[in-house]
Ligand binder design. Sequence first.
Ligand code: ADP
Ligand code: MG
Length: 488
Amino acid sequence: MKPWTVKGATGDWEIVVGLEVHAQVTAQSKLFSGAATTFGAEPNSQVSLVDAAMPGMLPVLNGECVRQAVRTGLALGAEIHKWSRFDRKNYFYADLPQGYQISQLYHPIVGEGTLDVETDDGARTTVGIERIHLEQDAGKSVHDLHPTMSYVDLNRSGCALMEIVSKPDIRSPAEAGAYVAALRQLLRYVGSCDGNMDEGSMRADVNVSVRKAGEPFGTRTETKNVNSVRFIMQAVEVEAKRQVEVIEAGGSIVQETRLFDPNSGTTRSMRSKEDAHDYRYFPDPDLLPVEFDDAFVAECLASLPELPVAKRARYVDTLGISPYNAAVLTADVETARYFEAVLDGTGPSLATAAANWVTSELFGALKKAGVGIEASPVKPGQAAALLKLVGDGAISNSIAKQVLEVMVETGEDPAAIVEARGLQQVSDTGAIDAAIAAIIAANADKVDQYKAGKEALFGFFVGQTMKAMAGKANPGVVNERLKAALAG
Ligand code: ADP
Ligand code: MG
């Protein structure tokens, strides 16, 4: 495939991108303390003495965070390191009371893996994963609450992050976006990160360089803490264009850390790039190396759910769902969970009907109601009951739409709604025949035209009959009885 390029004055430039994604580990407590991790709590209400770096406090590793990192690594097909170690990364910042961050530079817990990525145009590529290491998050400085002072909120201080480092395998803004979306999807399936980018649970450092085709990699810049898929794509694009302009004007790219400003859609220099030695990394003397055995890894593997790629394939191959619907239903773990709960109720014979109904009728209704599927007023069991009423011929598709509207509004069961409103489908030929006879009598001219060969009028008769039956007639029976009556 033709690579995505920046068109410069001197011709086309290819881009090279590698992403470092920080994903907050889903865990009740922090990486080295028992303080809670709930988002949005009152500032400084979730800070233990360890997180506040009081002298003499000792970190104690949270086993759940180790487990989540290993599960994530396994989901990425990555090498798991049964021996890893924490290092101190020393730097000063007001929201870092320890004066160092505990991270894993030399011996990360997870090594190389891969992630398959599909862009919107259907193109596929595999992005290499370099490593995943565990580290602590810093606190947060708040600069906009007071005219002359800054505040520090340490709730986030010490929360566990997985830093997931990609290889420089990404070649376009679209691939960068698709990579982050696929990673977010996977983490949410695994349950190791909630993926809430608005809450900062996932953010990316975006490394970008440019080069002419066939040349070695250029010097990269790193744009820090970009917190949405759209901004990540934008940061890649504007930074690549900026670099091309600099180089074509005779300048050169300096390896530096930059900031993305979503308001102006530009990046600006923050500081020159620091190297590992600037941080004086050394093994944290307060912590033993992390060691586990094969049995632990096997337990982590056994705990993984079916992952998106496998699930999507199974929906198509085993359930006979269209590839498009399978992609939609597996895009997010909550949707897949809902759909499978519906299938538990209907059984696999209604899988395609259920897939169509969830992706069109239910999604439409939820969108109208402004709620996500996890908060659907229609529970999966009720959805299954509705689908079965249609499948059994008790109600028609068009009546099912009306029933769904009431279900969304009231949360009632479909059978109760059908019963209370007398919406059962009429298959009784007596009632249908009577309606047909009346319509034929009232439309003698159209009957003549139909008999003379204007077959398109059949639809008119069907429509009239359904209307006379208030939409409740079984369409199959109506068709059959109309054909017979009009042939007479
Ligand atoms: P550091 O530890 O200094 O941040 P790494 O080697 O760990 O450097 O790389 C960090 C990120 O930069 C990785 O995601 C990697 O894929 C990416 N990267 C490395 N070289 C380049 C390059 N020339 N252009 C774009 N991205 C790069
Ligand atoms: Mg880095």
